[in-house]
Ligand binder design. Structure first.
Ligand code: PLP
Length: 683
């Protein structure tokens, strides 16, 4: 297939029109918005690979190639002479060569803008995008529309109709600068900087300037919040290069370099790094943080402030809560997802939804985080603990079977540190013995077992969304495929309007909709908005975290002492919460504790032997038989010997699975330090 890149076969940049083989990929259109003088053009030139003149020359030579082209918003067309002339005439009106622009009626003004932007879309942008170039424009219709709306002569619907044929960017980034900083950067301010209606009588006073800028800025920030534009806040002390680097990281995922699997714009290739350099980087960062989660960027800010403006409390699921639950269900391929205030609350809901009663028994992992089992204890359900596979720390069908008694009614499995448990065997056991099967997937948002996502194996599953791989700040989700369990989960945590509107009135339990079962365990709207934003970039999170996992696995492949706990690809995939490793002290020159201490001395302070997650079977909570008993620790019950738990707990070490943009140097440094200390550990 061929595409004629010149409009209707007319001349391209003065050269003969030619047909080019169509690019297999349509380019992406990126736009910067911001007040006048916010530095959009400077940033655009720094981030782009080509300018318009060079790109059109490449086009005319019939050699289109990919790259990011900066096109100035005032660029006349060279691909189409007629359009070029029209644009030049319109530009004269728009940009100041007309005698008295203020005398022009507003409707004329808006129509002229719309005509010019439409011509620009067709004659300047279209040929580049169709040839596969990515295009970056420094200022598009965002600011113009904001101003036209502020002037009050047009409704949003009128503007939308006028600008209907103007191209919409794939991504708009708001460059946000404090007007005081803009003023300080410009010794002199042009009349145009004070607005499109600026006449000659405007005094260039600082207050007039900052007032005007502040008004435009507020409008743009509102537009950003409403439309989900990422915001690049440009600080006072920051150099243009630093801002450009951050901008490059924002736009990189959209451009062809990224979709070709390249490293993307502005990201340095990960090179082998010297040990001394790694140590000095990590110790230099010691006061700061090596691992931050989630990645807080302007899209995150916009998601939170946008939601704050919409609603801080939702009583039903018509807004962001429903959006989050649908996104979460879609992310897993689950039938129903019900959100909660925490993972603990979601686990609590499972106990009630399944109808477990005091005196019933549930089998839980001995090695896990306490909240896997504590809500059952709260309900007076007796928890019996199962031993672990010494390599993964997970319970097995065998260790569960060993704890089954006549009173056992349920089993809960944790996919520990992201490693999926052997769910086919466990599900078969639960099915054969008539037990409820629950999953605690708090460590395993991305895991699967035998081609099925974890969370879809049990009757119900809970996911914590506190600082886990998918986060809502605090929050949790219960998933199930059974409508009645879903209804009961709603009654557990979402009484009132949500339950009354969503639960079928013919169900016997629908009469509880107004009160629920006495608790309210709703997620916050801000948490849900964060969850929606995180799920929208789940593929990116997964990709980055898996890449970190692979790099550590590769770097430690030949080390017999420190071995990343992997999932056999033929069986499943890792859940990507943390990178867990087994340290075999008996084959080493020094102990696991000494290994961790050495890493810490070299600055790698995130190398960790976990504290709160471990053998929970000795907690006095689980020895209580009466949920209403005194606040006195009971005699701890006789504990079973758990050889698997001891073996696993005695060798386990963990590291963060970095997954945010800009983490490259820290990951390189950890790789270097950990590999070095681990190699010294080898005999
Ligand atoms: C985090 C976590 C929980 C508890 O979730 P919260 O959201 O903190 O209440 C439960 N189980 C495991 C395995 C966890 O890691």
């Amino acid at each position: 297939m061929t595409t004629d890149i010149s409009n209707n076969g007319r001349a391209v940049g003065g050269a003969t029109a030619r047909s080019l083989t169509a690019s297999t990929r349509f380019g992406r259109f990126l736009a910067l918005e911001g007040t006048n003088g916010s530095g959009k053009s400077t940033l655009a030139t720094q981030v782009a690979d080509l300018d318009y003149a060079r790109a059109t020359q490449v086009l005319a030579e019939g050699d289109p190639r990919r790259g990011l082209v900066w096109v100035s918003r005032k660029q006349p067309a060279v691909t189409d002479t007629d359009s070029g002339i029209v644009m030049a005439r319109l530009a004269e009106v728009l940009w100041g060569t007309v005698d008295d622009p203020a005398a022009l009626p507003d409707t004329f003004w808006a129509a002229t803008q719309a005509a010019w932007f439409t011509a620009f879309s067709n004659a300047v942008l279209a040929p580049l995008l169709e040839a596969g170039f990515d295009v970056l424009v420094d200022g598009w219709i965002g600011r113009i529309s904001t101003q036209l709306l502020a002037q009050g002569n047009h409704s949003p619907a009128e503007l939308a109709a006028l600008f209907a044929h103007v191209r919409r960017p794939d991504l708009t980034v708001l460059v946000d600068v404090d007007p005081q900083v803009t003023w300080a950067r410009h010794a002199q301010v042009k009349p145009g900087d004070l607005g499109i209606h600026a006449g000659a009588d405007i005094t260039h006073a600082r207050t007039a300037f900052t007032d005007y800028q502040q008004r435009t800025r507020s409008g743009l920030c509102l537009a950003a919040a409403e439309q989900g534009w990422p915001i690049l806040h440009v600080g006072d002390g920051e150099t243009a290069e630093q801002s450009a680097e951050r901008l490059a990281a924002l736009v990189a995922p959209l451009t062809s370099a990224a979709s070709d699997g390249g490293t993307g714009l502005g990201r340095a290739p990960a090179a082998g790094i010297e040990l001394d350099a790694a140590i000095s980087l990590l110790t230099g960062l010691a006061g700061g943080e090596h691992y931050r989660w989630p990645h807080i960027d302007s899209a995150f800010d916009a998601a939170v402030t946008g939601q704050a403006r919409r609603s801080l409390s939702d009583r039903d699921a018509r807004g962001v809560i429903g959006e989050f639950e649908r996104a979460f269900a879609g992310f897993l391929g689950a039938e129903y997802a019900v959100s909660f205030a925490s993972g603990t609350a979601a686990i609590h809901a499972m106990s009630r939804a399944a109808g477990l009663r005091p005196g019933d028994e549930i089998i839980a992992p001995a090695y896990t985080f306490a909240a896997t089992a504590s809500p059952f204890a709260f309900e007076g359900v007796t928890v019996r603990f199962a031993d672990a596979d010494p390599r993964t720390g997970n319970v097995t069908a065998e260790s569960i079977a060993a704890q089954i008694t006549a009173r056992t009614r349920a089993v809960i499995v944790t996919h520990l540190w992201g490693i999926p448990a052997r769910m086919d065997e466990i599900a078969a056991l639960a099915h054969d013995r008539g037990l409820w099967l629950f999953e605690d997937c708090s460590h395993a948002h991305f895991a699967s077992w035998q081609g099925r996502r974890v969370g879809l194996w049990g009757d119900m599953a809970a996911f914590s969304c506190n600082q886990k791989a998918i986060t809502t700040g605090e929050g949790g989700v219960l998933v199930t495929s059974q409508p009645e369990l879903r209804d009961r989960a709603l009654l557990f945590g979402h009484y009132g309007k949500r339950s009354t509107t969503e639960i079928d009135a013919t169900k016997p339990y629908s009469r509880f909709a107004m009160t629920g079962m006495g608790l309210k365990e709703r997620i916050t709207t801000l948490g849900a908005a964060i969850g929606v934003q995180q799920l929208a970039r789940a593929t990116d999170i997964e990709h980055r975290r898996r890449a970190t996992l692979d790099r550590f696995a590769h770097a430690l492949a030949d080390n017999p002492v420190l071995r990343p706990i992997q999932v056999d690809l033929a069986e499943g995939s890792h859940g990507l919460y943390v990178l867990g490793l087994n340290y075999s002290g008996e084959h080493a020159n020094f102990s696991r504790e000494e290994f961790v201490a050495r890493c810490h001395r070299a600055g790698a302070t995130e190398v960790d032997i976990p504290g709160s997650t471990g053998d929970i079977s000795g907690h006095p909570l689980f020895a209580r038989s009466d949920p209403f008993g005194e606040w006195v620790a009971p005699q701890t019950a006789v504990r079973h010997l758990m050889p698997g738990v001891s073996a696993f707990a005695g060798t386990f070490v963990k590291l963060p699975l970095w997954g945010y943009p800009g983490d490259g140097p820290v990951v390189d440094s950890y790789l270097r330090v950990v590999a070095d200390v681990a190699s010294k550990a080898c005999r």
